[in-house]
Write a protein of this length. Structure first.
Length: 426
């Protein structure tokens, strides 16, 4: 008998045929599982948007007088903590018959870390507050890495090809609504800024805990696995020797990290903006871009994630070219120019996010998904740290020089992605 979940499933996906890559039991459960994915990811992505280390946490530590040292550690700890441990974590995930439990635990861990940040923000100041927030961010990032390793495998087991992008895209668009409201509150000065930030962290904590509940309710068949030792986990890197398409995918994804690293440098160009408006404008640009583009990118990724990677790289390069033109024309200090460029760049960034996730899940065999995810995230994490350090050095000399580097990286990512195979119907 058809119910509301079947109708919503058919509304959100383009291809509603039965998925041959799923078992009979998983095919029957797919409509409800699809909506559980949207539910879980919507709340998880809302948490991500509200606990933004580049903006929200940086502002909080500055307000608490934590000092430049701890503020400067926020982004490296967040990025490294979320990506680098995945190769070892994947070994433990390999041994889990139902990997939804790993994702649920990781989401709950992020929620608890956010609760800790709320407590610090309300009770402490100075370097001690900075040290504790950075420590809690490390816990959050480690928990996020558990989610990242396990999620693509759960998605591949419970949602068929040609509609996985729709699930992640719908969730991103839904989550962005909450971030848009938060950004507008900051821009319009609707209340004390510290109260708004603490409220956002509290909401993020609740969102991650709700997401954990949604994942626990997922109908996932048991698939016995064998846990790997630390040495065996590291040895997974050898998979690149005979998987040239995986190596090319990782190279393309690494080159496209410029779309993620560039936004803070764009804000530096907005010399006419004060710190409060920078925070609100960047959050608003990112959230609106996600709301308007993520579902569309997701649907397009279900048709060809390879093409979306190419288009996103070209769009990112075009956005950065526009930023350089705006700065050269002396318009970067206006109230509208940089927010417009940020919006366009974030549209490209969300395209990269949707496509890279969908492509990896569709490319990997069921037994390889956790390994592919861990290997790609670990290597991209290393490259991201290197690229972040180099771009910071370039920006110290000239912000436009760093933007030129990101533009070239985006073009290179599109070119590399053009050599990938189509995997959606393989």
């Amino acid at each position: 008998m058809r119910d509301l979940s079947d109708e919503l499933f058919e509304t959100l996906v383009e291809d509603t045929d039965r998925a041959p890559d799923l078992s009979d039991a998983q095919q029957a459960a797919e409509p409800r599982n699809f909506l559980r994915h949207v539910w879980a990811l919507s709340f998880s992505k809302l948490g991500d948007g509200l606990v933004n280390p580049k903006l929200v946490l940086s502002w909080l530590l500055a307000h608490l007088g934590a000092g430049a040292l701890w503020t400067g550690l926020l982004v490296p700890v967040r990025e490294a903590g979320a990506l680098l441990p995945q190769l070892v974590i994947s070994g433990a995930v390999h041994g889990m018959a139902r990997r939804k439990w790993a994702w649920a635990a990781g989401s709950a861990g992020q929620g608890l870390a956010a609760i800790g940040m709320v407590a610090v923000g309300l009770t402490l100041t100075g370097p001690l507050a900075g040290a504790l927030v950075v420590g809690l961010l490390a816990l959050l990032a480690l928990s996020r890495s558990v989610c990242s390793v396990s999620y693509k495998d759960v998605l591949g087991k419970t949602v068929g090809k040609t509609r996985r992008g729709a699930a992640t895209g719908a969730a991103a668009s839904t989550a962005s609504t909450g971030v848009i409201l938060f950004a507008l509150a900051l821009i319009l000065d609707l209340g004390d800024r510290l109260v708004l930030v603490i409220g956002a962290l509290t909401l993020a904590a609740a969102a991650w805990l709700i997401a954990a509940v949604a994942m626990v309710l997922m109908r996932e068949e048991a698939q016995p696995g064998e846990a790997l030792s630390a040495r065996q986990s590291i040895a997974q890197l050898s998979i690149l020797k005979d998987r040239p398409q995986l190596a090319r995918f990782i190279a393309a994804r690494a080159a496209l990290v410029g779309t993620a690293l560039a936004p803070p440098y764009l804000v530096l160009l907005a010399s006419g903006e004060n710190a409060a408006r920078q925070l609100g404008a960047l959050l608003l640009a990112s959230a609106v871009a996600s709301f308007l583009s993520s579902f569309v990118w997701g649907r397009l990724s279900d048709r060809s994630a390879r093409r979306v990677l190419i288009l996103s790289g070209l769009a990112g390069a075009a956005s950065l070219g526009l930023a350089l033109a705006v700065d050269g024309a002396g318009l970067s200090g206006t109230s509208w120019a940089i927010p417009v460029v940020l919006f366009l760049l974030m549209v490209a960034y969300h395209g990269v996010r949707m496509a890279r996730s969908t492509y990896l899940v569709d490319m990997a065999r069921p037994d390889d998904r956790a390994t592919y995810t861990a290997v790609s995230n670990t290597l991209v994490g290393l490259f991201l740290l290197l690229a972040g350090a180099v771009s910071a050095g370039l920006a110290a000399m000239s912000v436009p020089l760093a933007l030129w580097a990101f533009l070239v990286m985006s073009l290179a990512g599109a070119w590399i992605a053009a050599g990938l195979d189509e995997v959606e119907h393989g």
